[in-house]
Design a protein around this ligand. Structure first.
Ligand SMILES: Nc1ncnc2c1ncn2[C@@H]1O[C@H](COP(=O)(O)OP(=O)(O)O)[C@@H](O)[C@H]1O
Ligand SMILES: [Mg+2]
Length: 274
């Protein structure tokens, strides 16, 4: 009898151990799988297309002149890519970014965002897609002077209807991440350029967008602050965020996977980074 109980006890113990091992194995294997999947997808030609633009045209008309800002531009961006867009001033880079960010619409051509045709979405649909999927970083930071650092970063969460208590947690997390928590009650004008851009990056990512659009994000920064911002963008990309960044800096472009070079509203050359 005693012997039987002992062996039953041993059995239960063995089962528990086996369960524990199995659980830890599946957890770590799943983590490993996810990591492998990410690094595999990063450079795999099979990864999903996030942006597909075909023969896109945008013309600005004033009373005297007509400017062709985008001239049958065709390009693609895969999910998880970090793409730099370069080209001389006036070649259409900001126009492209505004259309990608659904801030503006093209005159002709197709723009598929996650396989959905969005080129002629109305303003309400564009705004809805934008606030859930896209974060912006601009050269001139574009923070609201009358709001504190905390309030600036909180804004996208208010737009998407996040409750106050959750907003506080999310804003604090992201301010911590860009190392600007100690300035949470300051106003933008009380911060250096580098700090302001870190706040702008925090605001761009607080909603965990799938796509970040950055228009010369280091254009107003010295090289040390510029490198910090590039480092931050690289980390976000490594965690899965797709990035399209306009830049004049070959140095900054080296952080990307691929450079699309534009001229007169068209994509003319592509360089894949080693
Ligand atoms: N709102 C606008 N009205 C008229 N012309 C514009 C407007 N926005 C841009 N443009 C013109 O379109 C062309 C492309 O501009 P832009 O996309 O800002 O170029 P980039 O960002 O490459 O310097 C330029 O010739 C510019 O002057
Ligand atoms: Mg521009």
């Amino acid at each position: 009898m005693k012997q039987k109980m002992k062996s039953q006890k041993q059995n239960t113990k063995d089962r528990k151990t086996a369960k524990r091992i199995f659980r830890s194995w599946t957890c770590s294997s799943f983590k490993q799988y996810k990591l492998t999947k990410r690094s595999f997808f990063k450079h795999s030609p099979k990864q999903k297309t996030m942006i597909k633009i075909t023969e896109l045209e945008k013309v600005y008309r004033t009373e005297e002149v007509e400017t062709i800002a985008l001239n049958k531009l065709t390009m693609e961006v895969k999910e998880g890519e970090f793409v730099a867009v370069m080209g001389p001033s006036g070649c259409g880079k900001s126009t492209l970014l505004n259309i990608l960010g659904l801030l503006d619409d093209p005159d002709k051509g197709s723009f598929l965002f996650n396989k959905i045709e969005v080129a002629h979405f109305n303003e309400r649909k564009r705004a809805d897609l934008r606030k859930h999927n896209i974060g912006f970083v601009f050269q001139s930071f574009n923070l609201i002077d009358e709001l504190t650092v905390f309030e600036n970063v909180e804004l996208p969460l208010i737009y998407t209807g996040v409750k106050s208590a959750d907003r506080k947690i999310k804003v604090e997390q992201v301010l911590d991440r860009v190392q600007i928590m100690h300035r949470r009650n300051h106003y933008p004008q009380q911060l250096s350029g580098g700090q302001q851009q870190r706040v702008a990056v925090a605001r761009a990512v607080v909603n965990k967008p799938k796509l970040i659009l950055a228009d010369e994000p280091t254009g107003n920064l010295d090289s040390s602050n510029g490198n910090d911002v590039m480092q931050l963008l690289t980390e976000l990309n490594e965690q899965g965020t797709t990035i399209v960044m306009v830049t004049h800096s070959e140095h900054d472009a080296r952080y990307s996977h691929r450079i699309i070079r534009m001229l007169d509203g068209q994509a003319v050359v592509e360089n894949i980074m080693a």
